[in-house]
Ligand binder design. Sequence first.
Ligand code: FES
Length: 159
Amino acid sequence: MGPDTQPDAGPAVPAVPPIPRRRFLRWLLGFSILSTLAMVAAPVGAFLVPPKSSAAGSGGKVLAGTLADIPLGRGKVVAMGGKPAIVINTAQGVVAYSAICTHLGCIVAFDDLSGTIACPCHDGRFSPANGTVVSGPPPTALPPVTVSVEDDQIYLVSA
Ligand code: FES
C-alpha cells in the first residue's frame, strides 16, 4: 500500500435514490393547497346543506311532560326544538303557546296566583284560555302550539 491509496471502506451500501428537492416542494405545495380548500369548503358545505334535526323542527313531536307533571290549573315552560313553549292544563284541556313574549321577547311563565301567563319584564299578561293579551304592553297574542295528549303524555306538535 502506497501513500495514495485509501483504506478499505467496507462492504458497499446500496444507494437509495434521493427524492428530488423540487418534486418534494411541489408535493408539499399541492398538499397545502388541498388542505386549505378543504378547510374552506367544509364549513360552506355544512352551511348550504344543514343537517336534519330530530327535534321538533318540522313535523316532530316533543314530550312536554305528563298530566301528573302539569296538574289542572298549572303551567310549565318546556323546550320545543330549541325554543321555549308554555304548556298549561286548563279546565278546557291542555293548551300550549310560544313562551316568547310578543313585546320584547322575554320568556313568560305561568302565574299560579293570578292564573295568567305573565311576562316578568314589563308585567305583560296573557290569557291561558287562548293566549290573548289581558294587560300590559304586548301587542299581540302568544302564538299557539298544537298539543296532543296520548294516555297521560303531553306532546307538543310542530307543523
Ligand atoms: S317583554 Fe314581555 S311585557 Fe315587555
